[in-house]
Design a protein. Structure first.
Length: 364
C-alpha cells in the first residue's frame, strides 16, 4: 500500500504581505486597472519593487475574460516589462501560490509575487461554470452551477448528516462575521435563521443566502523564504504545511456528501505542520455554498475551538479565480497582525468540491 505524503519542506516559506479588493461589480475597470493598486500595495507593504521579486505567478480564467491568454495583458499591472521568471495557472490563485511555494523550495529565488483576479459581473457565472463539467454527458445539458450544487445539498440533507436549519445557521454566521469586512458584498448583523429559512429557494433546497455572493475583484500576496521573510515582516505567516488533492471529475462516480480529497489534503498538510486539527485558531474555508461548508467542516474534523470563516468566507464575497487566494490572505493577515497563532486556509476548484488545496500557517 502506497503512503501519500506532502512535498518535503526544504526551506521555510511565509506570507509576508497581501492586498485584497472585492466589490459587487467593477463596471468600468479593466483587469490591469484592478490589479495595479493591489500589487503595489502588497509589494509596498514590505518595501519591495518588482526588481526585488524573484518569481511571479498568477491565476485567472480566459472564460471570464472572454479571450485567450488574457493573463498576458494583465502582466502590465506588474511593471513596464514582463517579469523574467513568470508563470500562470488557469485556476484559482491559491493554486498559483502552491506553484510559487514550490519555486521557493527549489531555492532559486527568495521572494515571489502571487496574484489572481476575476470579473464575473459582465456575464452569467452560473452558465460559464457548466463548461467545467464532463464534456460528454453533463456539459451538453448546460446545468447551471447552482442546480449542480443543489443536487449535492439535497443528497446531504437526505443522508441525515445535516439539517436545513444547520445550513441556515452557517449562512447567518457568515453574514454576521462579514460585518466590518470591507471586502464583503453581503453582510448583516441582524439576519436570523428564520429570515434565511423564509427565503424562496433558488435551486431547491438552496436559498439565496446558501449561495456565495458573486463579486468582482482580485488579490495579491507576497511570499518570502527564510531570513528574507524575517527581514521583510516582523511576524510572518509561515506555511508549515500545504497540499492539494483531486477527486474524480465525473459526478456520478462520487459520493457527493463527501470530499475525500479535502480530508486527505488536510491530514497531510496538518501532519506536515506538526500540528493537530484541534490546535488551529481559525479556518478560512472556500465553500461556495452552505452545504459545502458543512461537508468541509466534517471532513476536516473542525471543532468548536476553531473559528470558521471569521471574514465571512466565500459566502460573503466569492470572486471567481481569486476566492481561494483571498482565504489564504485573510488567514495570513490574522497571523501577521497577531490575532491568531495557527490557521488553516482552504481553496477549491471544479464542481462540488472536486479539487481541494489546504494551507496550514503559523506564527513564529
Amino acid at each position: 500500500m502506497t503512503t501519500l505524503t506532502a512535498v518535503t519542506v526544504v526551506r521555510e516559506v511565509a506570507v509576508v504581505s497581501s492586498a485584497v479588493h472585492q466589490v459587487e461589480a467593477l463596471t468600468f475597470t479593466t483587469d490591469v486597472q484592478l490589479m495595479v493598486p493591489l500589487i503595489n500595495e502588497a509589494r509596498g507593504a514590505v518595501g519591495l519593487t518588482q526588481a526585488d521579486i524573484g518569481f511571479t505567478c498568477s491565476g485567472s480564467s480566459d472564460f471570464l475574460a472572454g479571450q485567450g491568454f488574457s493573463f498576458v495583458q494583465t502582466l502590465d499591472a506588474v511593471g513596464a516589462f514582463p517579469p523574467i521568471s513568470e508563470s500562470h495557472v488557469e485556476m484559482d490563485g491559491a493554486f498559483a501560490l502552491y506553484e510559487a511555494w514550490v519555486k521557493l523550495q527549489i531555492g532559486e529565488v527568495d521572494t515571489a509575487l502571487v496574484f489572481s483576479y476575476g470579473k464575473s459581473s459582465p456575464g452569467s457565472l452560473r452558465d460559464v461554470l457548466a463548461l467545467q463539467l464532463d464534456p460528454y454527458f453533463l456539459a451538453p445539458l448546460w446545468p447551471p452551477a447552482d442546480a449542480v450544487a443543489a443536487l449535492q445539498a439535497r443528497l446531504l440533507l437526505e443522508s441525515g448528516l445535516v439539517g436545513a436549519e444547520e445550513l441556515a445557521e452557517i449562512a447567518v454566521r457568515s453574514q454576521r462575521n462579514a460585518v466590518g469586512n470591507p471586502n464583503a458584498v453581503r453582510s448583516s448583523s441582524e439576519v436570523t435563521v428564520a429570515d434565511v429559512m423564509a427565503e424562496a429557494p433558488v435551486a431547491d433546497p438552496l436559498r439565496p443566502s446558501d449561495l456565495a455572493a458573486e463579486s468582482d475583484g482580485g488579490c495579491a500576496v507576497v511570499l518570502a523564504a527564510g531570513d528574507r521573510a524575517r527581514e521583510l515582516c516582523s511576524r510572518p505567516a509561515w506555511i508549515r504545511g500545504i497540499d492539494h488533492r483531486i477527486d474524480a471529475h465525473a459526478l456520478g462516480t462520487r459520493n457527493l456528501t463527501r470530499a475525500p480529497s479535502a480530508e486527505l489534503a488536510t491530514s497531510v498538510a496538518v501532519a506536515a505542520a506538526g500540528l493537530t486539527i484541534d490546535s488551529l485558531d481559525l479556518a478560512e474555508l472556500h465553500s461556495p455554498t452552505t452545504s459545502q461548508e458543512a461537508i468541509l467542516v466534517r471532513e476536516f474534523g473542525l471543532g468548536g475551538s476553531t473559528e470558521v470563516n471569521p471574514s465571512g468566507g466565500a459566502l460573503a464575497a466569492n470572486t471567481m479565480m481569486a476566492a481561494g487566494l483571498v482565504r489564504i490572505a485573510e488567514a495570513a493577515d490574522r497571523i501577521i497582525n497577531g490575532r491568531a497563532d495557527r490557521a488553516l486556509a482552504h481553496a477549491t476548484s471544479g464542481p462540488c468540491l472536486q479539487q481541494n488545496l489546504v494551507c496550514v500557517m503559523a506564527g513564529e
